[in-house]
Ligand binder design. Structure first.
Ligand code: ADP
Ligand code: MG
Length: 677
């Protein structure tokens, strides 16, 4: 019944239906679930409490009939005087000539509008004859388009609710409604449109907030279950003794957070379920070390491992550090776009016949001609840099391999359980002992020479520096020009024995590589670069990171850049050159100078930017909720998440009659078949 077109509602004709289609309202259900985006609360206050230039509601008696004047083309002004608390207030109403007939001397009237305290005047946006209700009047405000006005929508809603309001059926099971004291769906819909008072509205919103979160989390949990699906071949019978020995060969002890994450990964490997896990941790928190142990476990189970990273520089670095870590324990291959011809052919051969245990590579890993002997464990580093299709392609090179995604962008918990709700998440939120916090300073542009001298002092101590060049929005070319200019400027400034290097996105892979090698070998002391050094580059001897135009970056990106230093045992510095205009920019600089914990920082970033912007525009995986707000309602989100997990784990949707309506609702709303990547 609710799926009937809106024209079935009394008072909605073809024209109105066309107008409503602009708001994507086609059916009666669409209409009823089109909630106000805000509410105006009309609360009468004494004149002494009204604020100049603010919205106000007053109640008074009309002193004389309104007078109407016309001006311009079809514009009108209606004025009259009302007596409020014995004071004469002038009321002005624009373009509502029709109201003249309705307002008469002696009427009691409630007026809402903008208050001018100097002239004792109110510019009326809304009026109501008679006294205001005892309670504050709560008026729905819908977002409207074209010919649909707020007034019309209210009329349509009223009609639809009268006829169809009771046809709205409950989808939540009774036990949840009872334990959270939520109003029924039908009652809540009515309240959303016509709240009796603010308290009723609060409960209706609470209900839809929970419903939206629960439905979404159920979808994620069902998806997670599908992805994890048990397959016989998946359990990896690794050699626990060998793994233990491998760990004890490390020159350090694992941190508690590393151990915990490792535990979760090993349990996934051992289980017949496919691993679908995200490992989150700040730069330098030791994710790669954990990943290496997982890879080794897979090798002892006679499987192969693959590690895919977004850039050649990173691939090379991982190759070097893993080669050092594994020694003779594994045969590791590095497969990038620069491996070509005969060498590539031989490498692919060795991967295919199982001589190679671990392949580390870039996109080159997912080319059609790459075949594995038996790929059991896939790791994707900086996973957000790869598309769904690319991740799928790599996974499909094995037979249901376990998959671990890694990211050094700490994601706030609320976002993680929404955007990655279909994954398991491990978090390394602890730094290895002995790391010094990077000291972060915020500087003005005119201090640049002092900064250059500071860098020179660090270099005199044998250390190195990065200088991230100014940013030109949407112009790669100008960005590079800036980097080049800055490079020449520094070369001219520093004496000959200080070598300045240049790095940007237009360099070929070989050129980038050779610059990075020179920098790593300390043949270059100052590296001027665009933001291409952002990801994963590891030169522990670099202790200074200078970032131009720091106000133009998000907190997460600044934190990433800062993570390039502080990787050794020496004190490191991050200098942000910024002259932010707005408050948000200033706040960002302040947070950077005060917070070095990535997770804390990401929470603050979320507060500043809001969930939509956090990941940038592209398919963030963060849904738009109608009523719920991930930041303010995070408690409800966590509750819904736990409930969804329990419902799916205990199979309530299939086995419990009470959950049947919810199950049908989910089936109607989503099709899962094509959602598995
Ligand atoms: P990530 O991949 O998270 O950036 P890495 O695994 O590359 O971090 O670790 C960064 C550095 O810290 C490496 O040099 C690594 O050897 C070292 N490291 C890792 N775990 C520990 C630990 N528990 N104690 C001391 N050093 C560690
Ligand atoms: Mg497994």
């Amino acid at each position: 019944m609710l799926n009937e077109p809106v024209t079935h509602v009394k008072g909605i004709g073809e024209k109105a239906a066309e107008d409503l289609a602009l708001l994507k309202i086609y059916t009666i259900a669409d209409l009823l679930l089109y909630f106000p985006y805000r509410y105006d609360v009309y609360e009468i206050k004494p004149l002494s409490e009204l604020i100049h230039d603010d919205k106000a509601t007053i109640e008074g008696r009309v002193v004389h009939d309104p007078s109407l004047t016309f001006f311009g083309k079809r514009k009108s002004r209606l004025t009259f005087t009302v007596e409020v608390e014995g004071v004469a207030i002038k009321a002005v109403m624009f373009n509502r000539a029709f109201a003249k007939k309705q307002i008469q001397a002696g009427d009691t009237i409630t007026l809402t509008g903008k208050w001018d305290a100097h002239r004792l005047q109110i510019t009326v946006s809304n009026y109501k004859k008679g006294s205001a209700d005892e309670q504050a009047d709560v008026q729905p405000m819908y977002s409207v388009k074209g010919d649909v006005t707020n007034y019309k929508l209210k009329k349509y809603m009223q009609a639809a609710l009268t006829e169809y309001g009771d046809a709205i059926t409950e989808i939540l099971p009774a036990n949840l409604l009872v334990s959270y004291k939520l109003p029924s769906r039908s009652e809540a819909v009515k309240t959303m449109h016509f709240p009796a008072d603010r308290i009723a509205l609060k409960h209706a919103r609470r209900r839809f907030t929970y419903e939206e979160f629960l439905v979404f989390q159920l979808k994620m949990q069902l998806l997670r279950k599908l992805k994890r699906e048990a397959t016989k071949g998946n359990a990896q019978h690794y050699d626990a003794e060998k793994v233990k020995a491998f760990i004890s060969s490390f020159p350090f002890e694992l941190t508690g957070a590393q151990q915990k994450s490792l535990h979760q990964i090993m349990a996934d490997l051992k289980s017949p379920y496919r691993m679908n896990r995200l490992l989150q941790g700040d730069v330098g928190s030791g994710k790669t070390a954990v990943a290496a142990i997982g890879l080794y476990a897979a090798i002892t189970a006679e499987k192969q491992g693959a590690l895919m990273v977004p850039t050649e520089i990173l691939a090379e670095q991982h190759f070097q550090s893993l080669t050092a870590l594994f020694g003779q324990l594994a045969k590791i291959a590095l497969l990038t776009g620069s491996v070509k011809g005969k060498k590539r052919k031989e490498m692919l051969q060795a991967v295919q016949n199982g001589e190679v245990d671990i392949v580390i590579g870039t996109h080159a890993l997912i080319q059609d001609d790459v075949f594995f002997h038996d790929l059991g464990f896939v790791i994707v580093d900086e996973q957000h840099r790869f598309g769904v299709e690319q991740r799928r392609t790599l996974r499909d090179k094995g037979l249901n391999p376990d998959v671990l995604f890694m990211t050094a962008t700490p994601i706030p918990r609320t976002l993680a359980i929404t955007a990655f709700g279909d994954m398991d998440v491990s978090i390394i939120d602890e730094m290895p002992a002995g790391r010094k916090e990077v000291e972060t300073l915020w500087a003005k542009e005119n201090t640049f020479e002092r900064i250059l001298d500071f860098i020179a002092k660090r270099i005199a101590e044998g250390e190195q520096a990065y200088v991230i060049s100014p940013l030109i929005e949407e112009s790669d070319k100008l960005d590079i020009q800036n980097a080049v200019d800055l490079f020449h400027q520094l070369e001219a400034y520093y004496p000959e024995e200080i070598n300045v290097g240049l790095m940007h996105g237009r360099l070929s892979a070989q050129e980038k590589d050779s610059v990075m090698k020179e920098f790593a070998a300390n043949n270059i002391q100052v590296l001027v670069s665009t933001t291409v050094v952002e990801v994963g580059v590891n030169v522990p001897n670099a202790t200074v990171m200078v970032i131009y135009d720091a106000e133009r970056f998000g907190l997460s990106q600044l934190h990433q850049l800062r993570g390039r230093v502080g990787r050794g045992s020496k004190q490191s510095y991050c200098i942000l050159i910024a002259e932010p205009k707005g408050e948000v920019g200033k706040e960002r600089m302040r947070i950077m100078t005060e917070t070095t914990n990535g997770f804390e920082l990401s929470e603050q970033d979320l507060q500043l930017r809001g969930p939509g912007d956090f990941f940038g525009r592209k398919q963030s995986g963060v849904p738009e909720f109608k009523v719920a707000d991930m930041i303010h309602d995070y408690r409800a989100l966590e509750t819904a998440r736990n409930d969804a997990q329990e419902i799916v784990e205990t199979n309530q949707l299939e086995e419990n009659k009470e959950y049947r309506a919810l199950k049908h609702y989910l089936e109607r709303e989503f099709s899962f078949a094509d959602k598995i990547d």
